[in-house]
Design a protein around this ligand. Structure first.
Ligand code: NDP
Ligand code: MG
Length: 383
């Protein structure tokens, strides 16, 4: 029995993780569930999975949640601090971080310090604080198990290869809804178009990031930290069918790829049950239904966010944190119709150019960098 805390249980990853857990009641038990605003779904989930405790981060919903669960022995807490504290609870063995953005950083740090293994969906945490997180994980002998499908693929490919250095990795990208668009065409796309991903159903923020290639940029930085790679070892290739989830090339030129239908329950289940594979009834891939698996290059002049991510990774220091923070703002402004699609990357670039980099940041410096980049991104609209 593995006891699991799910941070962000009401989201796309969170609900799919609960599906996996529900189908394997002999293997997993839910200790903690958390949500930001959606107290109604959180209450339903608590009723079904009977966790030790729930946390609703938005404090205004605490009473309603408490009331809804008053006949159950579930403890109810509220606020961001409560989420940071609850992950340290003794019984928890693994924390699935399925929050969005920078909000995942502090609870992930607390969970690692308390010796909990991390199933990491919240890639932004590794982007902003890769060095801090990887050092902490080493110090506390905690595993960081990737949930992101590409990184889960890479993780599965290097299993049993600890003697064999990686020469290079290829992160695959579907290309999103605007694959092959010119810069001109990109200027006029709408939030509704950007929210229609061809292959994956995900939360709103990552869906926009996928359309703008920021998601692939964040994943490049995520891969650097997860697999200890140099920048030039990480390549991106567009693969519109999303069947090959990523590829590792070893020093003899041999390549290993992990394949399967695009279904996030698979990498989620792999991380939760690691190192075991458990059987399931998910649909299976059929070669004859996909006679053509194709590959394309990506134009980093059009999809500037990917170039910015490589530049931020090269610069190191607080630069990835600045890019991430700016992108959290621009992503949201675009969704609200307040900026155009191409302004996302334009403002992200401006923020990276205007704020001075700082090397080897500690947590405090990252919090400050995050704050200043958000301010600057907001103030850069219409300039
Ligand atoms: P969703 O938006 O669907 O869900 C996010 C969850 O986190 C919800 O439970 C939400 O609560 C909660 N949450 C959001 N913001 C905050 C905050 N500031 N403080 C506390 N809780 C918060 O996101 P996804 O599930 O799509 O993504 C989660 C993470 O996983 C992201 O980092 C994403 O990049 C990564 N990921 C997602 C994939 C996917 O297929 N969805 C694939 C690969 C990676 P509420 O519902 O109450 O708002
Ligand atoms: Mg991914």
């Amino acid at each position: 029995m593995r006891k699991i805390a799910i941070l962000g249980s009401t989201g796309s990853i969170g609900t799919q993780a609960l599906e996996v857990i529900e189908k394997n009641p002999d293997k997993f038990e839910v200790s903690v569930l958390t949500a930001h605003h959606n107290w109604e779904l959180l209450a339903k989930q608590a009723r079904k999975f009977n966790p030790n405790a729930v946390v609703i981060v938005n404090e205004t919903h605490r009473e309603a949640l408490q009331e809804a669960l008053s006949d159950l022995p579930v403890k109810v807490f509220s606020g961001g601090k409560a989420m940071e504290q609850i992950v340290t609870m003794d019984e928890i063995q693994m924390v699935l971080t399925a929050l969005v953005g920078f909000s995942g950083l502090k609870p992930t740090i607390q969970a690692i310090k308390a010796g909990k293994h991390i199933a990491l969906a919240n890639k932004e945490t590794l982007v902003v604080a890769g060095e801090i997180i990887t050092h902490l994980a080493e110090e506390h002998k905690v595993a960081i198990l990737p949930v992101d499908s590409e990184h889960s693929a890479l993780f599965q490919c290097i299993k049993g290869e600890s003697q064999n250095p990686i020469e290079k990795i290829y992160l695959t990208a579907s290309g999103g809804p605007f694959r092959g668009f010119s810069l001109e065409q990109l200027r006029n796309v709408t939030p509704a178009q950007a929210l229609k991903h061809p292959n994956w159903e995900m939360g709103a923020k990552i869906t926009i990031d996928s359309a703008s290639m920021m998601n692939k940029g964040l994943e490049v930085i995520e891969a650097k930290w997860l697999f200890g790679l140099k920048n030039e070892q990480i390549d991106v290739i567009v693969h519109p069918q999303s069947i090959i989830h990523s590829i590792v090339q070893f020093e003899d030129g041999s390549m290993k790829a992990q394949m399967g239908l695009p279904d996030m329950r698979l990498p989620i289940q792999y991380a939760l049950a690691y190192p075991k594979r458990i059987s399931n009834d998910f649909p299976r891939f059929n070669f004859l239904q996909y006679p053509n698996l194709t590959f394309e290059s990506i134009d980093m002049h059009v999809f500037k966010n990917l170039r910015l991510a490589y530049e931020a990774m090269e610069a190191g220091g607080i630069m990835p944190c600045l890019l991430n923070a700016s992108n959290e703002i621009t992503n949201e402004l675009f969704r609200k119709g307040q900026i155009s699609f191409t302004q996302i990357a334009d403002i992200n670039e401006l923020v990276m150019n205007k704020i001075q980099n700082q090397n080897t940041p500690n947590l405090e410096m990252l919090l400050e960098a995050d704050f200043s980049a958000r301010e600057l991104a907001r103030n850069s609209v219409n300039q």
